[in-house]
Unconditional design. Structure first.
Lengths: 115, 767
């Protein structure tokens, strides 16, 4: 499953990079979203994928029973998801504001500081 | 000794305070320091007769950089000249710049400059020498540009800085090569070692680099142009820079290294060739200028060329002549510059053609000027005469290019006799000129320096055995590398040098008489020549740098976000891909057997939504497929044992889609802004980056370098933190500070969003 997902993540990154290279600022945001999803999946995949064994400890036990999924990458990804949302919310509002002021969504028209 | 060298810097710190106390006597007060230093240095006079003295202080022992000071005949000569002339310069400056609003600032820089110069000539360690060398460049830059409101002064200061600092870079390379060749950074060790180094593979490079540093500093052709331009500085600075400091730093370096490097032919020929050309060029331009400071500046160029040439000749006699001429030049040039400043100050013009008959209104100035100019022209009974006789004698016996050098020297001597007439006869005798200010005698502070320097020159000329026994023997020994026996005398009988002197005197006097008629022609000639001269080359070079800089900025900092990203991606994944390719190879592995069919479905869903989101022309379609993608990722998390991630992802994804729908539809429709070429180029880079990521992931899955660190969290989650959801325990307990940071970031983002939305609302309230 991991090797298959490596290809999926690669394709997601390709789509993200392509969108981020576009001149339209809306496409840049879409690219950013795909990028954060792809990055989260990348960490998830390379740390190994385990089916049906969440890192939980049964009541009364001192440790999990049997082999469980690695909890550390999950903690990292959880943080990343939330931060990515914060960045996205900020970016979206910023873009909207920039569009109102500058009157274009073409990034090449926004390169001067005095518009 | 350490305190003596650094005292200039220390005093500089308190100058502004002293200025408030001492008021207009500040120059006299500050002059006590160099005067005291001169006395201190002269206590070493008897010691250096027995050989060099090494005074050791540690600075950065770990790097092998010490603050050792080498005191021998040469460095002591320089130290005495710097502190002695510095004394009079400070007195003079206090009077010349009296009432200037930045007087305190001037003295701060001046004292720092003097201290740097002392450090330069006394340092034993090559690195320390270099540090002081650069300090003199920087402080002289501030001195030349002292009138910083004057555009011309700023330009000239910058020119001096560029030329000398460019040379300084070469010098550093040269010093390092020298240290590699000799195996030591200590000058005393380098000078003491007798291993021949002119066979070494670095010899040529080291000589060229060291000379590039020395030639730029000492204004040798073709770098001579910065020195006359440095006349933009106030006159006390010019007097100091020209007589004993700055430009003599290069001369010092060449003289210092002569015993070590002088055996090679390259060294000898470069010094003789460049020295002779510089001498002639300087004499020519001195004679054809009209500004009194320009005339003197170019005569300094002449003197620097002569000194360089004498080092190149390198015989015992030449070295004796070198030391004598060095001392003679410092004495008369310091005096003449200070007098030129007095003339400028009291008459209001620098133009020689407008001066005349000033001996009546400025009798003292005129008397001193005549004597100093006698030394410049090389006439008895002044010290300049002795130096000139020795010089001609040594050139007549030079082992190489003897007749050429003699002809060049006599020719330049003729011109310099004419120059001496220009500065001593033209302003003071003949018909009164028309000067902007009614001339009157200069104040005491401006005359005491020139007077004493000229008296010294006269005394040395009449009693040459005094300086000879006190210092010059030791100085010649340290530049020649072995003790030299000589006897200075004013009268040598009638011999070849005397006849040549007489010839140059007669022709020089005729040239002086002809000057008013031929000067305009010479000036026109120089003007025509200046279009192709080295200074024109300097300006072309500066222009070219500006053009290249703006071209490079346009290319690299063009403001197009897409191009920046393109370069970033190509470089990052190019390098990462190359590293992986060379260390691991390219292995496309795909194991399909371990996947269930519904997992295939999710994989397909992710790929399809990503591709659709990036290729559709509909905004709604794009946003919707983003939603699909997010939910696909959430499904993956849930299927593979990460329920917490799945829940968070679902929540965030829902919020995101709502946000996008709300905001993005205020923005315009998708349009294609790029050309097909740009799209294919971007696609190629994106695919390359994506493939590299896939390959890196496959490699990571294949190799396990480290043990996992998760075991600690799994084992201690219940025991230490009393939590049964390990992911949650990590977030809120083990790594709680990280989570706090995350909350902080989120709050900031929320505040940003809120303020931007409010800003918009306020905008709309405006009429």
């Amino acid at each position: 499953m991991e090797s298959l997902m490596a290809y999926v993540v690669g394709i997601m990154f390709t789509a993200a990079f392509y969108m981020m290279l576009r001149r339209s600022i809306v496409k840049l945001v879409i690219g950013l979203m795909i990028l954060s999803n792809a990055a989260n999946l990348l960490i998830f995949v390379v740390s190994g994928m385990t089916r049906g064994a969440p890192p939980l400890i049964p009541e009364g036990a001192s440790g999990p029973v049997g082999i469980v999924a690695d909890p550390l990458p999950q903690a990292l990804i959880l943080t990343a998801i939330v931060i990515a949302f914060g960045v996205l919310a900020f970016a979206v509002v910023l873009i909207r504001r920039a569009y109102e002021v500058v009157g274009t969504d073409d990034l090449d028209q926004m390169k001067d500081t005095d518009t | 000794m350490l305190l003596a060298v650094l005292s200039g810097f220390l005093l500089a710190i308190v100058v502004p305070l002293l200025h408030r106390v001492a008021g207009k006597y500040i120059g006299w007060l500050l002059a006590l320091l160099p005067a005291g230093l001169a006395v201190y240095f002269s206590t070493f006079l008897s010691q250096v007769q027995d050989g060099p003295l090494l005074l050791e202080y540690q600075w950065l022992p770990g790097l092998g950089i010490s603050l050792n000071f080498l005191v021998d005949g040469l460095s002591l000569t320089f130290a005495l000249l710097i502190s002695g002339i510095g004394t009079f310069i400070l007195i003079y400056a206090g009077s010349y710049l009296a009432g200037h609003k930045y007087l305190a600032r001037f003295f701060v820089i001046m004292l720092s400059f003097m201290a740097s110069m002392l450090g330069l000539v006394l340092s034993d360690n090559l690195i320390t020498l270099f540090v002081f060398w650069e300090l003199t460049s920087i402080t002289s830059y501030m001195l030349i540009g002292f009138n910083h409101e004057d555009l011309e002064a700023r330009k000239c200061a910058l020119q001096g800085l560029f030329v000398t600092v460019a040379g300084g870079l070469a010098l550093m390379a040269g010093l390092i090569m020298l240290a590699i060749m000799t195996g030591s950074y200590s000058l005393s060790a380098i000078l003491a070692s007798s291993d021949p180094i002119h066979q070494h593979v670095f010899y040529t490079g080291a000589v060229l680099c060291l000379l590039a540093g020395a030639f730029t500093k000492s204004a040798q052709v073709p770098f001579h142009f910065w020195l006359p331009n440095a006349m933009a500085a106030p006159t006390p600075v010019s007097a100091f820079l020209h007589s004993a400091t700055m430009v003599k730093a290069g001369i010092y370096l060449m003289a210092r290294l002569n015993p070590t490097l002088g055996e090679g032919e390259l060294w000898t020929m470069m010094l003789m060739g460049f020295g002779a050309v510089t001498m002639l060029t300087g004499a020519w331009f001195a004679f054809s200028s009209t500004g009194i400071k320009k005339v003197l500046a170019y005569s300094t160029v002449m003197a620097l060329g002569t000194l360089t040439m004498l080092i190149g000749v390198g015989t015992e006699l030449a070295m004796t002549a070198f030391i004598c001429f060095l001392v003679a030049h410092s004495l008369y040039k310091g005096a003449l510059f200070m007098l030129a400043g007095a003339l400028d100050h009291e008459t209001g013009t620098k133009d020689i053609t407008r001066m005349g008959g000033l001996r009546k209104s400025m009798p003292v100035t005129a008397t001193i000027a005549v004597f100093a100019a006698l030394s410049l022209a090389g006439l008895p009974p002044l010290f300049g005469f002795i130096a000139k006789e020795l010089m001609l004698e040594s050139l007549l016996e030079a082992p190489l290019w003897s007749s050429l050098l003699v002809i060049a020297t006599v020719a330049s001597a003729m011109l310099i006799v004419g120059v001496a007439g220009l500065v001593a006869i033209k302003p003071f005798f003949g018909a009164p000129g028309d000067t902007p200010k009614a001339p009157h005698e200069a104040p005491l502070g401006m005359l005491v320096g020139p007077a004493i320097l000229t008296i010294i020159a006269l005394a040395f000329g009449l009693m040459p055995f005094i300086p000879e026994n006190a210092l010059l023997q030791a100085a010649v020994a340290s530049v020649y590398g072995a003790p030299v026996d000589f006897n200075l005398a004013l009268w040598h009988g009638i011999n070849k040098p005397l006849l040549l002197s007489a010839l140059s005197l007669i022709v020089g006097f005729l040239l002086f008489r002809a000057w008013p008629r031929i000067q305009p022609t010479l000036h026109a000639l120089n003007y025509a020549g200046s279009r192709v001269g080295p200074e024109a080359g300097y300006f072309k070079f500066m222009e070219w740098i500006t053009v290249v800089a703006s071209w490079q900025t346009r290319m690299l900092q063009n403001g197009v976000l897409g191009l920046y990203m393109l370069v970033l991606l190509a470089v990052t994944f190019g390098l990462a891909g190359y590293t992986m390719f060379s260390h691991y190879g390219v292995h496309f592995t795909l194991n399909l057997a371990d996947s269930h069919f519904y997992e295939w479905g999710i994989a397909l869903l992710l790929v399809a939504s990503a591709v659709f989101a990036s290729s559709t022309h509909s905004r709604l379609g794009s946003v919707a497929s983003m939603g699909v993608l997010g939910f696909g990722v959430a499904l993956t998390f849930i299927l593979f044992s990460a329920p917490d991630l799945g829940i968070t992802q679902l929540l965030v994804e829902t919020l995101t889609v709502i946000l996008l729908v709300l905001v993005l539809f205020k923005l315009p429709e998708f349009v294609n802004l790029s050309t097909p070429f740009q799209r294919y180029r971007d696609l190629a880079v994106a695919i390359f980056s994506g493939v590299t990521i896939t390959l890196i992931m496959l490699a990571v899955l294949d190799i396990q370098y480290f043990e996992t660190i998760s075991t600690y969290y799994v084992e201690n989650s219940a025991a230490l933190a009393y939590g049964r959801n390990i992911v949650n325990v990590i977030l809120v307990d083990f790594r709680a500070l990280d989570t706090l940071g995350e909350i902080f970031v989120l709050s900031l983002a929320a505040m940003g969003v809120l303020s931007m939305l409010k800003l918009k609302a306020e905008d709309q309230h405006k009429p």
